[in-house]
Design a binder for this molecule. Structure first.
Ligand SMILES: [Zn+2]
Length: 461
């Protein structure tokens, strides 16, 4: 970050924070130090580079995931965190192995595919079938059964946002199978493509036959759409040798900065350590891990001593099972009432524009006082505004912290700018070269400041 921008940010802090909260010099000093040090040190950038290049992608149950655990433990210890340890969870083990798809008619084209995570394989030798192209679940439902039976259904659904489009990847295979299809293809979830397929998890619904499913590049999907609209017969050969092995041990990695006044009360700051098995898992979610680690590291190194304990958690298995998040809930159920908040960053390295707060009522307890919680949450605003992250709104938090948030812990999502996140998400292109150094430094400041302020608030959310 250029010195001028750095100075401007630090000055803005002094003015804003000073105007709103002049009695609290300690907080202002802590926030200024965190911002200045995050922007100066670039440690998150260096650490993320090591994770991406020297560990690489790290799907649950892979040898690389074990290497990632070692990387995280070493980093936490080097950063001076306390109580550094792993917490074992059992994870599903899915392996991609060889896969291939080719059009046979109306012309020969090798296709760019990535099998969807947790897919079943094709029979040995693959399947050859005609392709049916649909643009929605409704279109599929309208087709007569004999038009789908024995065929491969292609869901050619343009990307209109992750939530809206991901359901075709997650549920498409079962919807196609219920109508007798023998395979499913999904147009990759991305607004832009250079013939790069994007993988992701699928979910087989109970009662539907399990059929193999893969993501196909936007270029290939739109080509088949054009053929379909011309009324041509599309014949395709699909071969996938993926396999589901027995569950294997993995772990969440945990380290702490102990609280100075209420060490038993906890603020979790987190990302997920696993990734898909292509690219380097740089944006998803190497960034979240680097930011959570750096939050702990900066607060520790600057000797800021927040009132409550900061617990850095790098979760296992977000991508295809969420066993890390579920395992954390089970292991820490007894101390859950002591969890002040759980922060997660899992949407890449776009500059964070703000935070979202997720609150859930717990069965049998008094409903959450949302107005009070939100007013407390808003106290962070003047400290985040100079960094461009002053948008504090109700919203979601993260998949990994999800189980504890559902159980009543206030969840905090880091709201990154996702304009270019989906371009590389879950694809071979999610690599370290796309990480903007200055954005990562600024995001480090935002996450560290958020973590410190929550751990140091006078009251609980
Ligand atoms: Zn993720």
């Amino acid at each position: 970050m250029p010195a001028a921008i750095r100075l401007a940010l630090v000055c803005a802090f002094s003015v804003l924070a000073g105007a709103q909260d002049s009695h609290d010099d300690r907080t202002r000093h802590a926030v200024e130090s965190l911002a200045a040090e995050a922007l100066r040190s670039q440690d998150a950038y260096r650490n993320l580079g090591v994770l991406c290049d020297s560990v690489g992608h790290r799907l649950s149950g892979s040898p690389q995931y074990d290497l990632a655990i070692q990387w995280a433990l070493k980093q936490m210890k080097a950063d001076g965190l306390q109580n550094v340890h792993t917490e074992k969870v059992m994870v599903p083990v899915w392996r991609r192995n060889a896969e291939r798809a080719a059009l046979i008619a109306p012309a020969h084209h090798e296709l760019s595919i990535l099998g969807l995570g947790m897919s079943v394989p094709t029979p040995k030798g693959g399947i050859t079938a005609d392709v049916v192209v649909v643009g929605s679940f409704a279109e599929l439902e309208k087709l007569p059964g004999d038009k789908v039976k024995g065929r491969i259904v292609l869901f050619d659904v343009p990307f209109t946002g992750y939530g809206a489009t991901a359901r075709y990847r997650v549920l498409g295979a079962s919807a196609a199978a219920r109508k007798g299809a023998v395979g499913a293809l999904v147009r990759s979830l991305t607004p832009i493509s250079f013939d790069t397929p994007h993988t992701g998890v699928l979910h087989y619904e109970e009662g539907a036959p399990k059929i193999p499913a893969a993501a196909v590049s936007v270029e290939n999907a739109t080509m088949m759409r054009r053929m379909w609209e011309r009324g041509e017969t599309i014949k395709l050969h699909l071969e996938m040798a993926c396999e589901q092995l027995p569950d294997a041990p993995a772990a969440n990695v945990v380290g702490e900065v102990l609280g100075s006044e209420k060490p038993e009360e906890i603020v979790v700051v987190s990302g997920h350590l696993d990734s898909w098995d292509v690219g380097q898992g740089a944006q998803d979610d190497g960034v979240g891990c680097a930011l959570a680690l750096e939050a702990g590291h900066l607060i520790q190194r600057l000797g800021l001593k927040p009132k409550r304990t900061i617990r850095v958690v790098l979760f296992a298995n977000e991508e295809n099972g969420n066993r890390g998040g579920l395992g954390y809930l089970e292991a820490h159920r007894a101390e859950l009432p002591n969890h002040m908040a759980a922060i997660e960053s899992d949407s890449g390295n776009g500059l964070a524009k703000g935070l979202s707060l997720e609150l859930h009522d717990i069965k049998g307890a008094a409903p959450v006082n949302r107005e009070r919680a939100f007013n407390l949450f808003k106290r962070l605003k003047p400290y985040l505004e100079p960094l461009g992250a002053g948008r504090l709104e109700p919203g979601g938090s993260g998949v990994d912290v999800g189980p504890m948030v559902q159980a009543g812990v206030p969840g905090i999502g880091i709201e990154h700018d996702t304009t270019h996140y989906w371009d590389v998400h879950h694809s071979k292109a999610d690599t370290f070269d796309k990480i903007n150094k200055d954005d990562l430094a600024r995001n480090s400041a935002i996450v560290a400041i958020t973590t410190f302020l929550l751990a140091d608030l006078s009251e609980r959310l």
